[in-house]
Design a protein around this ligand. Structure first.
Ligand code: UT7
Length: 318
């Protein structure tokens, strides 16, 4: 059995905040933000809009594109670090809203690497447990967990959701998830952190050791690319597109230099979306499809690193 990505869709909230807008209430500038990160603007949730609202909108489109109905779904997994509530899960909310009455549903939190972690889990459900259709949503609303007076973090993030339908298919189909590989290093637990719970002294706000994370992001993502390629007897020349987590354009540039991979073959959508955490990879995939870059049959390499530290890579014949 193989797992194919049957459809990819995404949703960005309507409200937009540009670098210029930020510089009106913060000691920052468009030039600083753009030159240091590649970000020009970000989309933000409006009052009363939550992660499950974004996820649902992306999900409805993904189900439609996959030409299935909600009752065909065996499972719904939402990769998110910013679920609506402590419980129940955003996945349960979406399952109810969709009327996906046969599907079990749960959230998975691996922060910015959530999409790759969830892909690994869903692929195993299909290959080892006989599931046929899984809705994988990656959605985050980090704007709700940010100190909007802290220029070192608030300029970096945006909100959004991506959704894919994963489907079981026969082994002879020349498409599907080739491999996924996950890593964690909890000794760097404090490097990116958003508190909640009884220990709070700074409820909900995201803090980050920016330059240390920057350094590890390049080093660890480069290593995970080397390992996943060699374990699958592939080289970087077998890859048509790298679709990395969109945290910082400079990280992506450095990664490409290190791997000797042409930047033209990297999907970069950070400019208009900023860092949308788990949603960033499916948002970038959808961007690549809609802009006629990514096509059926292309071999793609996904790679991400975020809070945990948790990181990973995946190879997919799209
Ligand atoms: O998605 C999870 C993974 N996250 C990442 O991978 C993010 C990794 N880190 C980064 O992308 C970068 O470290 C940042 C974009 C967060 C920061 O860039 P940097 O080049 O590492 O800047 P820095 O933190 O070293 O700050 C340089 C200067 C400082 O001023 P001084 O101390 O040199 O006077 C900061 O205070 O820039 C200042 N600064 C700002 N200035 C204007 C920091 N934020 C801003 C700002 N506007 N928004």
């Amino acid at each position: 059995m193989k797992t194919i990505i049957k459809s990819v869709e995404s949703y960005l909230p309507e409200k937009v905040l540009t670098n210029e807008d930020l510089s009106k209430f913060l000691d920052t500038s468009h030039d600083w933000i753009y030159s240091r990160t590649g970000i020009e603007k970000r989309h933000l949730v409006d009052k009363d809009e939550l992660t499950s609202d974004l996820g649902l909108k992306a999900a409805i489109k993904a189900i439609e594109s996959a030409q299935i109905s909600p009752s065909d779904l065996d499972a719904i997994v939402v990769a998110t670090a910013t679920s609506d509530r402590r419980f129940p899960s955003a996945a349960n909310k979406i399952q109810g809203d969709l009327g996906a009455n046969r599907a079990f549903a749960f959230d998975l939190n691996a922060a910015c690497s959530g999409f790759i972690y969830a892909l690994f889990v869903c692929d195993s459900f299909i290959k080892s447990h006989g599931l046929k259709n899984i809705l994988l949503i990656a959605a985050d609303t980090l704007s709700l967990f940010i100190d909007w007076t802290d220029r070192a973090t608030c300029v970096l993030f945006g909100d959004g959701a991506g959704a894919v339908v994963l489907q079981a298919t026969e082994d002879n189909v020349d498409r599907g998830i080739v491999a996924a590989k996950l890593y964690s290093d909890g000794t760097k637990y404090d490097y990116i952190l958003a508190n909640n719970g009884p220990q709070n002294d700074h409820r909900g706000y995201t803090t980050m050791l920016g330059s240390a994370v920057f350094k590890y992001a390049i080093e660890y993502m480069a290593l995970s690319i080397s390992e996943i390629l060699s374990e699958n007897n592939m080289t970087i020349d077998d890859i048509d597109w790298i679709i990395p987590h969109q945290a910082n354009k400079r990280i992506i540039d450095s990664l490409c230099k290190l791997k000797n991979f042409p930047i033209e073959k990297v999907i970069i959508s950070i400019k208009d979306q900023a860092n949308t955490s788990a949603a960033s990879i499916p948002l970038a995939m959808d961007y690549a499809i809609k802009n006629s870059k990514l096509k059926r049959g292309d071999t793609i390499l996904l790679v991400a690193l975020g809070a945990g530290l948790a990181w990973g890579a995946a190879i997919i014949k799209f």
